[in-house]
Design a protein around this ligand. Structure first.
Ligand code: NOJ
Length: 562
């Protein structure tokens, strides 16, 4: 195994997330695949991205679209072969693009060989790879505790063969691994090293904050929706376990390790990501997205002040001590235009470019999700049948048999939050199925594909795609963005997000109108009278920074002040 110095290349990298099922289908079965990804590598190169985060492409029965893995060392049949994968990583590396794989090791699929063995008998050598307990009540027919699955219902499933229950924090086909078992940790280390030896440059660690469960698995405190969190999020041994994986695998290569960390606070994020702690490099926090909802699902009226507070808190909180993962979209969240610029219709292009400026001039590693570069939007879901996501299908089952009465109302809510919004096929051109596939895709194509697609954006010099190219190029190597301090301006403003970045003599001034109407803006005196250069502008004409400006709908600028 080669020992390499950690260069922390991710601090100046722009990452692009691919959800392989929905990216590009090469063989006409309606499902995206690895040869499809290979055929689009020039798109990524052209955009200027430095790394790809690839959602799971391992063997899987697809109960949760690949987040249920049955073989960590091989490729899902629908996506191709290991040789295809090797061609893909070579194609990426040849173009100077790194590859970050998804590491899903809080749980496996119930079709993984380990679980098949584990469920056979109580003395099977793999029994202790998973979390098995006797049930409560007469005959043990009640779950061992009151924890709920993140996807609804009890987190326990009874297995008749050994008359015990196993824990699954997601679907019952995703049994949780027992990280307290040293052999499990060793398996994870071996899996990571296997992929590092094949050339991968890092991992995105799925629900990594759930891997250590409290001793005795006590009941969770009362909560109508989710129970048990306090006993498995940031659990008692998590740092010890991450340090071990880091020591025996991640630190031996020049990696980027980013953890998915729902519910993480700034103090906890520092424990996971401060460089001297030798655990991970950065973490996805969810506060800006969650601040738009009550109880994760009921939308609140959009209020810029909530988002602005979250952005500022994380910028100040990690400055000089940790590192942010910047993002507005991923495969689990609706499209950013719908979430952060409600009422964008009529100004879609300006709004998408404004959001890019608002998030990606901050400090941290930017992650963009497929389709964000052309301003893709939520799908107008109307019926349960159009939704493929296991979460929506679980809710449907729970509301059954009142299905017919509730479907319309439920869909009104679900269509805004459904993970399927991000999973509709990538819109490459205006031909049938948006150029994603030659046959009917596994999930519906957004009907707006004739208007919103890569081919169209390529031809238009002022498109979102071409704006992103400029933004990514401007960000590259820019020390003020990478290292500069952060300063918020006019923090309570309901309409305008305004912040500065400072590094030695240079100062970046960022102003973003979040309204779909004109808004008056007053620049700080000391900024307006400095010599300034317009670096990025989503309306694309010369726009001197005056002390008083009328900003157009969603207008956004980045100035370099000297
Ligand atoms: C988080 C992933 O992003 C999501 O898609 C998945 O369903 C859960 N983890 C379970 O693996």
């Amino acid at each position: 195994m080669s020992e390499q110095k950690k260069t922390r290349w991710y601090k100046d990298a722009f990452v692009y997330q691919i959800y392989p099922r929905s990216f590009s289908d090469s063989n006409g079965d309606g499902i995206g695949d690895i040869p499809g990804i290979i055929s689009k590598l020039d798109h990524l190169k052209d955009l200027g991205v430095d790394a790809v985060w690839l959602s799971p492409c391992y063997k899987s029965p697809n109960d949760d679209n690949g987040y249920d893995i049955s073989d960590y060392r091989d490729i899902m049949d629908e996506f191709g072969t290991l040789d295809d994968w090797k061609n893909m990583i070579k194609g990426m590396h040849d173009r100077g693009i790194k590859l970050i794989m998804d590491l899903v090791v809080n749980h496996t699929s119930d079709e993984h060989q380990w679980f098949k063995e584990s469920r056979q008998s109580k003395d099977n050598p793999y029994r202790d790879y998973y979390i098995w307990r006797k049930g409560k009540g007469k005959n043990g027919k009640k779950p061992p505790n009151n924890w709920t699955s993140r996807f609804g219902g009890s987190a326990w499933e009874y297995d008749a063969t050994t008359e015990e229950w196993y824990l699954h924090l997601f679907t019952k086909k995703q049994p949780d691994l027992n990280w307290d078992n040293l052999k499990v940790r060793q398996e994870v280390i071996d899996i990571c090293n296997y992929w590092f030896n094949l050339g991968v440059d890092g991992f995105r660690c799925d629900v990594i904050t759930y891997i250590s469960k409290a001793a005795g698995l006590p009941d969770g405190k009362f909560n109508l929706v989710v129970r048990g969190d306090e006993h498995f999020t940031h659990g008692p041994n998590i740092h010890e376990y991450l340090k071990q994986v880091n020591r025996e695998s991640w630190s031996k290569y020049d990696t980027m390790i980013v953890g998915e960390a729902a519910g993480v606070t700034i103090d906890q994020a520092l424990l996971y990501t401060a460089e001297d702690r030798e655990e991970m490099d950065c973490a996805f926090q969810f506060e800006h997205y969650e601040s738009n909802f009550w109880m994760h699902i009921l939308p609140k009226k959009f209020d810029l002040r909530r988002i602005q507070k979250v952005f500022s808190r994380w910028q100040f909180g990690l400055m000089q001590k940790g590192w942010n993962a910047l993002y507005l979209e991923n495969h689990d969240q609706p499209r950013s235009l719908n979430s952060y610029t409600p009422g964008f219709e009529g100004h879609r292009e300006e709004a998408a470019k404004m959001l890019a400026i608002a998030i990606f001039m901050q400090q941290g590693t930017p992650f963009m999700y497929q389709g964000e570069e052309i301003g893709m939007t939520n799908y107008p879901f109307r019926s349960y049948d159009e939704c493929k996501d296991v979460v929506v299908q679980n809710i449907r089952k729970m509301l059954n048999p009142l299905d017919k009465i509730f479907e319309k109302t439920a869909m009104k809510l679900l269509s805004r939050v459904s993970r399927d919004n991000a999973r509709t096929p990538m819109q490459w051109n205006a031909s049938e199925n948006a150029g994603f596939s030659s046959s009917e895709p596994w999930i519906k194509v957004n009907p707006n594909f004739t208007e919103i697609n890569v081919e169209k954006d390529k031809e238009n010099p002022s498109s979102i795609l071409n704006f992103y190219k400029k933004l990514i190029a401007f960000r590259k190597g820019n020390e003020t963005i990478i290292k500069g301090s952060f300063k918020e301006n006019d923090p309570g403003n309901k309409e305008i997000l305004c912040y500065e970045r400072w590094y030695h003599g240079e100062r970046l001034f960022v102003v973003c109108n979040f309204k779909n109407t004109e808004v008056n803006f007053r620049a700080p005196l000391d900024a307006a009278y400095l010599s300034c250069e317009l670096a990025l502008h989503n309306y694309g004409y010369d726009r001197p920074l005056l002390q008083s400006l009328v900003l157009r709908p969603y207008e956004a600028m980045v100035y370099v002040l000297k």
